[in-house]
Ligand binder design. Sequence first.
Ligand SMILES: [Zn+2]
Length: 87
Amino acid sequence: MDTHPTAKPQIPDELIENLIRSLEHTHDEECTCEDVYAVVDEFAEAEFRGEDAARLMPLIKQHMELCHNCCEEYEALLDVLEKSQSA
Ligand SMILES: [Zn+2]
């Protein structure tokens, strides 16, 4: 018996690999501020390019929702990207 739905979601392999890797890497642990700082520029750039950064790095997103410092860092980076675009 096949319990899987017939329609497969169209998610790029690369995205799934990143997701699995990030899940494996952090496992049950929450992100630390250091973890977030290490990738916050990537996160902001992905968001800026219109990619779903929160889905690519769910734990980073989760941390930023709980941590004002990291959230501010992210917003500052987004601000810089937006300004560099319009310059
Ligand atoms: Zn933090």
